[in-house]
Design a binder for this molecule. Structure first.
Ligand SMILES: Cc1cc2nc3c(=O)[nH]c(=O)nc-3n(C[C@H](O)[C@H](O)[C@H](O)COP(=O)(O)O)c2cc1C
Ligand code: SF4
Ligand code: SF4
Length: 261
């Protein structure tokens, strides 16, 4: 039985969960989606296929939507989705289901893991260390049950909700956040930057160029927040709103796991 999990992550929550599921399932290949994004098509002939990603604005990240569009699925695998989110998964797994249905296949099951929030906003959603530990503990406890459901290939309705209200809410939140915060336009490096180049090597969309004199962001940001959270100097800010705020990554994931080039 061939099992593969394609995953996307900005700060390691999704990788940590995908790894735990893979370990519990045994003999599972883990593939980082951004490594395949330059291919016109991604062909999979696995018997069990997982698609794991973080929730952005109650929905799928743009990069993951693009990835799913590139997927060419051979045969009829058991296809499962895994999402991680801070609190609200919205309709992310239902969007994945719809995308797969457009390709003539379906999502067999979809699971939500609540993890520490990595979006830095005006309100501290990340919580304190104790709150984060609680989320890690609760998530770990779900792993055996979910791996068992995948192993038995139990078909189920994806977790989350497909309500029209959430679709509208997600769209409005994304629009507001993008227009108010303009993350991709306001990303910049401060004087603390020592031009180490890590942000350029970590960015999943190849959107950052580091030269001897400057760090420059392009227009292709998927808002994963990896550059902000992984910069060793904490030199990356979004306008003025991230100054002094805690940087985060999952404790079991290190920079080496994240480096793309
Ligand atoms: C741009 C952006 C939007 C987000 N939107 C949501 C959301 O709608 N609901 C939610 O519960 N968490 C949201 N989050 C939090 C992440 O989904 C959560 O922290 C996730 O576990 C991060 O996964 P990663 O570490 O694999 O990148 C958002 C994070 C970012 C960066
Ligand atoms: S990771 Fe941080 S310190 Fe390194 S080049 Fe990027 S902004 Fe500068
Ligand atoms: S620029 Fe930063 S936030 Fe945007 S996709 Fe690249 S790493 Fe993620």
């Amino acid at each position: 039985m061939k099992t593969v999990i394609y995953y996307f992550t900005g700060t390691g929550n999704t990788l940590a969960i995908a790894r735990d599921i893979a370990t519990e399932l045994g003999e599972t290949e883990l593939i980082f989606m951004p490594k395949l994004m330059n291919q016109p098509e991604v062909v999979t002939d696995a018997d069990v296929v997982g698609i794991a990603f973080p929730v952005y604005f109650l929905n799928m990240p743009g990069l993951v939507m693009e990835f799913v569009q590139k997927l060419k699925i051979i045969g009829s695998p058991f296809l499962f989705g895994i999402v991680t989110c801070g609190e609200r998964p919205g309709h992310a797994l239902f969007s994945l289901k719809s995308l797969l249905e457009e390709k003539g296949t379906t999502l067999s099951a979809g699971f939500v893991f609540v993890m520490p929030e990595n979006h830095i906003g005006p309100v501290n959603l990340m919580g304190d260390a104790e709150h984060r530990q609680e989320k890690y503990r609760d998530a770990k406890m779900r792993i055996p049950e979910i791996a068992a459901a995948i192993r038995k290939q139990n078909i189920s309705v994806p977790e989350g909700s497909n309500s029209v209200f959430l679709h509208c809410g997600g769209f409005i939140t994304r629009t507001l956040m993008t227009s108010i915060y303009q993350t991709s336009r306001r990303l910049h490096a401060t004087d603390k930057c020592n031009r180490c180049g890590i942000c350029g090597r970590i960015c999943p969309t190849n959107n950052i160029t580091v030269t001897n004199n400057a760090v420059v962001w392009g227009k292709n940001c998927t808002q994963c927040y990896a550059c902000i959270h992984w910069c060793p100097q904490e030199a990356i800010e979004i306008g003025g709103r991230t100054a002094g705020k805690l940087r985060y990554h999952h404790p079991a994931v290190n920079l080496k796991d994240m480096i793309l080039r």
